[in-house]
Ligand binder design. Sequence first.
Ligand SMILES: NCc1[nH]cc(CCC(=O)O)c1CC(=O)O
Length: 319
Amino acid sequence: MSTKALRLGTRRSKLALAQSGRVAEAVSQVTGRPVELVEITTYGDVSKEALAQIGGTGVFVTALREALLKGEVDFAVHSLKDLPTGQPDELVLAALPEREDPRDVIVARDALKFTDLPPGARIGTGSPRRTAQLNAYARAHGLDIETVAIRGNIDTRMRFVRDGELDAVVLAAAGLQRIGRIDEVTDFLSVDTVLPAPGQGALAIECTADNADLIAALGELDDPFTRVAVTAERSLLAALEAGCSAPVGALADLLADGQIVKEMRLRGVVGTTDGSRMVQLSTTGPVPETYDQAMALGRELAAEMLAQGAAGLMGERAQ
Ligand SMILES: NCc1[nH]cc(CCC(=O)O)c1CC(=O)O
């Protein structure tokens, strides 16, 4: 096999560079080749519009995929939750490494927990999914909070709290872990309170479908359970015809009896951003033995959610 350097296409954000740096090391190990980072600016990095406005779907991804298709890079690293569900025929997700903590977290002033925020507290997030679920929890538990739409990279969002502009912000644990700021978390939100985005906490390593040698080598970095779980979650998202900026949460996890894995549970939620209406369902069954079975599980739960009116809660998204 060649000893030429492999070119890894990555966004330039601190988070993207942190995750790409780790993947570069792992890829170098399994291929025996050096890996060099090629930084690419995506529309999502330059646009100042709210993600929900610019559509969300694919804004961080398109430029990376173009570089792959043009042969400018050999593989690209994405946050799986930013990746649209429709997979182009020319590209494959050659590896989904083991997922990190999928939970959302709160970074609040004065080390406050979510439920200890004082009346009128302002919580920043740009995510309709987080907004919907925080407001639903607040309604159910008599918490008086105000969700405030914000955007920007992780550092920017955390600065709102340090500067006293907001009482708290909501972020993904995995992102903070990767940029080395997990210590600043003041509350890890239970997934019973806020169900994460489909694929949250997982990375995707993508290359062109004709690159058999590289696909085989990258396959060593794949974690089959992560793939089963996120396949079910993303199938649910696709069947709801929702994008990554829609108020959809999904999480598949294993239910174990001691050391023995018994079943997989898939949970899904859709809600209006004011939290007044939610459809939240869960299904539990044998751990899927194929990715087709995992997809079927996601479709089935989506069908049940749609039967309960999920489409009507997704706002501006296609119904
Ligand atoms: N939308 C931005 C984005 N994409 C992936 C992550 C975090 C890492 C992950 O979920 O894998 C984040 C930041 C956040 O939501 O706080």
